[in-house]
Design a protein around this ligand. Structure first.
Ligand SMILES: [Zn+2]
Length: 263
């Protein structure tokens, strides 16, 4: 009982700190507290530590050399202050799996949970570090150079960051939950795969708008204070949707593998 009160206080203080640090908007902070509570409900303090590792490292990389990322922010739908949609996209599946795990404590769900975080971490590190690459990234559809900040762009630096982002969560998860080396490998592999799926979906299905006034290609629906025109991608498929789906698909695939290997 006392532990629950203490932990609940820590989760709420974490949300407030994220808001004050401008890593989270007000509705983003509320969403983060809900995700934190769900994770604690299912996976206890260990789950919360893993979620914290993702949240803190990703926020730090977002802030790292943020002035160099200013131009790119014009192309992205949202800035470094995460709103509820971004929190749900990165933590929603992990929160849902946590609640399921409370009722059915199976290794398959545990692996799914960690893969969700590994995928989010991999993708966030890739975006936040990759955009600092000195060279222009390549577009995955053509393998020709493209402007930084375009969804579907890949760079050596970004891909390296994605590998380390997934690996960190895989090893930390294995250490916290006492997993085998095989599980570390599966989590790492599918966490990284989540980032790859994210890149592919971003390149093929995600919305791109063009500003009617200044002509910039952007993910913002509104630019120069006027509605921008959609030139590419599907209705409802924005960056949040792509993040959410790629993490979920990666987790489901990993869970299928674990299910058949352990039975
Ligand atoms: Zn404009």
């Amino acid at each position: 009982m006392i532990q629950t009160i203490v932990i609940s206080t820590i989760i709420i203080l974490g949300g407030i700190a994220g808001y004050l640090e401008r890593s989270l908007s007000s509705n983003g902070a509320i969403a983060a507290v809900i995700v934190g509570a769900a994770v604690y409900f299912g996976f206890g303090i260990k789950g919360l530590l893993l979620l914290g590792l993702f949240f803190i490292t990703s926020s730090l990389w977002s802030k790292y050399k943020s002035s160099a990322k200013k131009d790119i922010e014009e192309k992205l739908a949202k800035g470094a202050t995460r709103d509820w949609g971004q929190v749900a996209a990165n933590g929603g599946s992990a929160a849902l799996i946590s609640i399921i795990y409370y009722f059915q404590q199976d290794l398959v769900w545990l692996i799914g949970f960690i893969v969700c975080l590994a995928s989010s971490n991999s993708d966030t590190w890739a975006s936040e570090i990759g955009t600092l690459s000195k060279r222009k990234p390549l577009y995955i559809r053509t393998f020709k150079p493209i402007e930084k900040g375009t969804s579907g762009a890949v760079s050596l630096l970004g891909t390296t960051a994605a590998i380390f982002g997934s690996m960190l969560i895989a090893f930390a998860g294995a250490w916290l939950f006492d997993l085998q080396l095989f599980h570390v490998f599966i989590i790492f592999l599918f966490g990284f795969l989540g980032n790859v799926i994210d890149t592919i979906f971003g390149a093929y299905y995600q919305q791109v708008y063009i500003c009617n006034k200044c002509g910039i290609a952007t993910e913002k629906k509104v630019h120069c204070q006027m509605a921008a025109k959609r030139i590419k991608g599907y209705h409802l498929v924005d960056n949040d949707m792509v993040n959410f789906l790629s993490g979920l698909i990666a987790a489901l695939l990993a869970m299928i593998v674990i299910y058949f290997v352990t039975r």
